[in-house]
Write a new protein. Structure first.
Length: 205
């Protein structure tokens, strides 16, 4: 279990340590098997609790899985919010730091990376699809607004189509996961990511 994720889990409000322990251990299980094969008995054993205790927190395996999705999303959004507080008036720098921070997250949390890959591969489930769509839409809309701010500030060309660039930027999140899962080592290199980032916005260093 990733140390960084554990530290965040211990400080997230409103749920309590046992809830977070179940979430983190379940992400570990889901990341090394698939949704269908991960039984509630397996999930409870990994969390160190009885099945009955598991059901006190999550009425079904699907609700637990979706809670895991929301947990990973919240970890990322927490990071992005902190970056916005520091660089919200520097839109290009904000986007650059978001991209590199996401790469750090992927490197620091391999189980969560594999979990995100699993969600991508199982978007045929309507509930999983709805959760993924909501997260992607939020990221695309935020990115589009920041690109518009960068254009208005003269940081990037006004000729760039903000919507298309936003989709390419957010799509890069999942491209990075895919590359990592097939052992394309350059995906974990910050210089490679910087080149990718600059190509989307057509900017230099």
């Amino acid at each position: 279990m990733a140390e960084a994720a554990t530290k965040v889990a211990e400080t997230r409000p409103g749920r309590g340590p046992r809830y977070n322990e179940i979430i983190l251990s379940s992400i570990e299980v889901f990341s090394r098997t698939n949704y269908e094969k991960a039984t509630t008995a397996m999930l409870a054993k990994e969390a160190g609790v009885a099945e009955g205790t598991l059901y006190k927190y999550f009425p079904s395996k699907k609700e637990l899985f979706l809670a895991c999705c929301q947990y990973v999303e919240a970890l990322l959004l927490d990071r992005y919010s902190q970056i916005y507080r520091e660089t919200g008036n520097q839109p290009v720098e904000y986007l650059r730091r978001v991209a590199h921070n996401y790469l750090d997250f992927v490197k620091e949390n391999p189980s969560m990376r594999r979990f995100l890959a699993f969600i991508l591969n199982n978007a045929f489930d309507e509930d999983f699809k709805a959760e993924l769509e909501g997260f992607v839409k939020l990221n695309v809309e935020t990115t589009e607004r920041m690109i518009e701010k960068a254009k208005a500030a003269g940081e990037i060309s006004r000729k760039i189509d903000s919507r298309s660039a936003a989709w390419m930027f957010v799509g890069g999140y999942f491209t990075l996961i895919m590359m990592t899962e097939i052992s394309a080592d350059e995906a974990l290199d910050h210089d490679y990511l910087e080149n990718f980032f600059q190509s989307i916005l057509n900017i230099g260093t």
